[in-house]
Ligand binder design. Sequence first.
Ligand SMILES: *Cc1c(COP(=O)(O)O)cnc(C)c1O
Length: 379
Amino acid sequence: MIYLDNAATTQPDPAVLESMQKAQQDVWGNPSSMHTAGKQAKQFLEHARALLAERIAARPAEIVFTSGGSESNALAIIGAARAAPSAKKHIVTTKAEHPSVLEACAQLEKEGFAVTYLSVDENGFVSAKDVGKAVTDETILVSIIHGNNEIGTINDIAALANACKMRKENILFHSDCVQSFCKVPITVANAAVMPVDLLTFSAHKLHGPKGAGALYVRQGTRLAKQVFGGHQEHDRRAGTENVASIIGFAKAVSLNADADADKMKKLRDSFLMLLNKAVPNVRINGPAGDSRLCNNVSLVFPGLSGEIMLQELDRRGICCSAGSACTAQSLEPSHVLRAIGLSDEDARATLRFSLSRYSTEEEIWETVSALKEIVEKLD
Ligand SMILES: *Cc1c(COP(=O)(O)O)cnc(C)c1O
């Protein structure tokens, strides 16, 4: 099998699985318990927290473990909205967010909050000027995705957060960093350079386990908890921590190296070059070069059906995605592809390939030759 759908999920690293199995056998104590078994689990939990914090130059106490990216996004957005003074009722986000952000915002709209959905340009970028214009005295939070899961656009989070803070210092800035984490360096140490308050992470997009994630919460940020009953996670998220998965998450983070991103970038570019030769009128969605996620290749095959091509590729043992995994069940064209101005027809003619550090040149050659064959067959 050639697995090129790593934006949907990744294969767990064997070392991650090993660390989790060991944790499940040896450190099954409740980290909130006061006895030895609990203290031992607590020690592992805090070690994982420190590892994650170190990766973004945060304080360990600023890391809140959750069940994944979707929960982190909900805690950031709904938690910030519900903790705000009642006079403040406004949220700013964009039209190119992950559904877990868009639906959290839609929920707040039902509860009486106003949400501004910023447009993105033809490559998926959000403009800092638009952010500055959108925020008002009533704005609680601005939430903008870092690396886009469908088209690979990497927004300049520092510039966008600065545009928001310049207008009003106490507006919170959140970013969904699920796709960018460990692929693009992120450091929160200097709040003047990177004035973000909340960042979302998920383990299973970087060779860790499903069901584990984290939210970075800058010290002093007001956030209403969304899960009740205990004082875990510095009282920001109740519930006994998923210690084994958190250990696997931290292990996965420690195994992601800068060299992996360089390798994926080279593979991505050779994929595009080979494909351009093999299939002449294919078009790429999203930006070129360094402002694109190192592992994302989103393509339009004009006049063809992405759904049918996906099935044809699957029959040849190649896994990819039409639009995004989240829209795979519906016939609605992706909201992100619409946001960058694609026609419904081109959106339906889109395939997304996403590489991992396990991807190889041979897999790329095979995929390009399968695509050539499929295009010739369907044309
Ligand atoms: C996968 C993904 C999420 C959701 O993360 P889960 O851990 O699967 O809940 C959120 N945002 C982006 C950009 C993603 O790619």
